[in-house]
Design a protein around this ligand. Structure first.
Ligand code: ADP
Length: 550
């Protein structure tokens, strides 16, 4: 199909520029806040596109970013793909060897880098042949010491604010994001124009994360991670005001942006919202009155978090997704049937990962290869397919058999589905704890433990065990001044009341911090490695000597 009629990103900006020319795009920077209107943004995006052409970037070439959330980064979101090039957002928190690997794998021509991240990038690039042909542009107006890089403002300065945008096909690669590689090498997920288009349109349905022109949208989820869950595109499609929190925002920075910019919708992993809660609990007075909705995803939203924000008039919308899904798959809206249900029933549903977004199909397959009944009890691996679900990994068309089957993406998530169709994630296939041949959901235990006062964060992992194959151990980050012994007793007793005896963790260990992956999720792998040679539990054995799993 010829472009112009295809499903591409460009019309979203075309519309915002014409209908909402004065609506703002705001960024927190080290030098204070910057403000641009959509009209100015569109001009600068055209300048960027012209500069890329002059630099020799052609259709299909890959252009990378190594940046926090800010307006210049957002300029690449439309400026790069709408020329026909492909935007590769790199996670700057990855280890150097992963960065080298993905720059090589993606064959990036140019990297746009933040001044505050230039040292990190220079470290990864130094002496690495993967970077031999890569040019750098630094996101600012002055040169920097760490890298030989053209300042962005100089890069675009003399360019025209008009650009002859090409007609692109929906199949044209527009984005690229590598999954964090918690298992093995990072895998590239390519987003075509039509995947991003359909993801945006599905986000804009009432069952997605809809926005309107009056909204003020603040993506805290990093723009290097699956396009900040697509929010910059959805906010543009809506003509909403954008607020970008800039480099490493802390809860006080977020609070200031919410209050002063009037943020109505924000999104981030649970740690972000737990952090803001703690900031307020410490006695900081934060006005949340404009904030209608926070989208919580990437990891399970604890029920206690949902209730805490409810009490302050902020709706937590729990969403589930994956890099492979551009990323949104389910959102936990209440169906109309449940709107009159009691609060407890409602929160129970909202704490699940939710209802599949229209446009996607899923099936859940148990250990015997059978589809599970929708009874909220039976569980199996979630498989999903649809217009914004990737069908293979970048540059690895043949190596994808474990992840894809008959057109379905195997998510690696173990779920139940209840009679109303709400999906609940019980675990990842690799984190589920198998004790005496039975499955224990580490996620459910974590949620239960995190509901106790005095628990700031908690995670549960299986340790190899001579008799039971695996036994659960809980790792808890205590709040300030907590009586640890009493807390352990309380948790153990509470879990005994609520769960089968064999679910109760054999040990509760206190740690200062739960190790996190480069995308801010709990890294159980780190904990397992750290404690591999310690016998935390009677009968536990080092990983390498562990009995075979059934
Ligand atoms: P990675 O797998 O590299 O951590 P992704 O961001 O693609 O990167 O992670 C997707 C996974 O994150 C999902 O498969 C799921 O296990 C987990 N996840 C995402 N959203 C949620 C959620 N709301 N609740 C629980 N787990 C979630």
């Amino acid at each position: 199909m010829p472009g112009g009629h295809s499903q591409t990103l460009r019309p979203f900006l075309w519309c915002a520029e014409r209908l909402y020319p004065d609506t703002e795009i705001v960024s927190r920077t080290h030098e204070g806040r910057t403000r641009h209107t959509y009209a100015e943004y569109a001009d600068r995006t055209a300048q960027l596109a012209n500069a890329l052409d002059e630099h020799g970037i052609e259709r299909g070439d890959r252009v990378a970013t190594f940046c926090w959330n800010h307006t210049r980064h957002f300029e690449t979101y439309f400026g790069v793909p709408s020329t026909g090039a492909q935007l590769h957002t790199i996670n700057p928190l990855l280890p150097d060897e992963h960065i080298q690997y993905i720059v090589d794998d993606a064959d990036d021509e140019i990297v746009f880098v933040d001044p505050s991240l230039a040292g990190k990038l220079a470290g990864a690039a130094e002496g690495a042949e993967e970077f031999a042909d890569v040019d750098f542009v630094v996101m600012g107006s002055t040169e920097i010491d760490e890298l030989d890089a053209t300042p962005y403002e100089e890069f675009i300065a003399d360019q025209s604010t008009e650009y002859d945008w090409p007609e692109l096909d929906g199949d044209q690669p527009a984005g690229l994001c590598y999954t964090s590689g918690t298992t093995g090498k990072p895998k590239g997920v390519e987003y075509t124009q039509s995947m991003l288009w359909s993801h945006t349109m599905a986000s804009q349905t009432p069952q997605g994360i809809p926005m309107e022109d009056a909204d003020v949208v603040m993506p805290v989820v990093p723009m290097f991670h699956v396009n900040a869950w697509g929010m910059p595109f959805t906010a543009t499609a809506a003509g909403a005001k954008h607020v970008y929190p800039g480099p490493s925002p802390d809860p006080a920075d977020l609070a200031a942006l919410i209050e002063e910019e009037g943020v109505t919708i924000s999104a981030g992993v649970p740690t972000v919202w737990l952090g803001l809660r703690e900031h307020i609990a410490e006695g900081n007075d934060v006005d949340l009155s404009t904030l209608d909705t926070v989208i919580v995803g990437g990891a399970a939203a604890p029920q206690s978090l949902i209730e805490w924000y409810d009490d302050r008039g902020v709706e937590v919308l729990h969403a589930w997704g994956m890099t492979e899904l551009s990323p949104i798959g389910t959102v936990s809206h209440l169906t109309s049937d449940l709107r009159d249900a009691d609060y407890e029933t409602q929160v129970d549903k909202r704490a699940k990962q939710g209802l599949v977004v229209p446009g996607l199909e899923f099936e859940v397959i148990d250990e015997n290869g059978e589809e599970i009944p929708w009874d909220g009890e039976a569980f199996g691996e979630l498989r999903i397919r649809g217009p914004w679900v990737t069908k293979e990994y970048f540059a690895r068309p043949d190596a994808s058999e474990d992840e894809f089957v008959d057109g379905w993406l195997k998510t690696g998530d173990v779920v139940t589905v209840d009679g109303d169709g709400y999906i609940q994630l019980v675990d990842r296939t690799k984190d589920v704890i198998k004790s005496g041949g039975e499955w224990i959901s580490s996620v459910e235990l974590e949620n239960a433990i995190m509901a106790y006062d005095g628990v700031s964060e908690a995670t549960v992992v299986g340790v190899p065990h001579e008799r039971w194959q695996e036994r659960p151990v809980a790792f808890v980050v205590p709040g300030d001044g907590v009586d640890r012994e009493a807390l352990v007793d309380e948790i153990q007793a509470g879990l005994h009341d609520d769960y089968p005896k064999w679910w109760v963790p054999d040990a509760v260990e206190f740690i200062d911090e739960v190790p996190k992956t480069a995308t801010g999720k709990f890294s159980k792998k780190d904990l397992r490695e750290r404690y591999a040679d310690q016998s935390l539990v009677e009968g536990s054995v080092p990983e390498e000597d562990a009995p075979e799993q059934e």
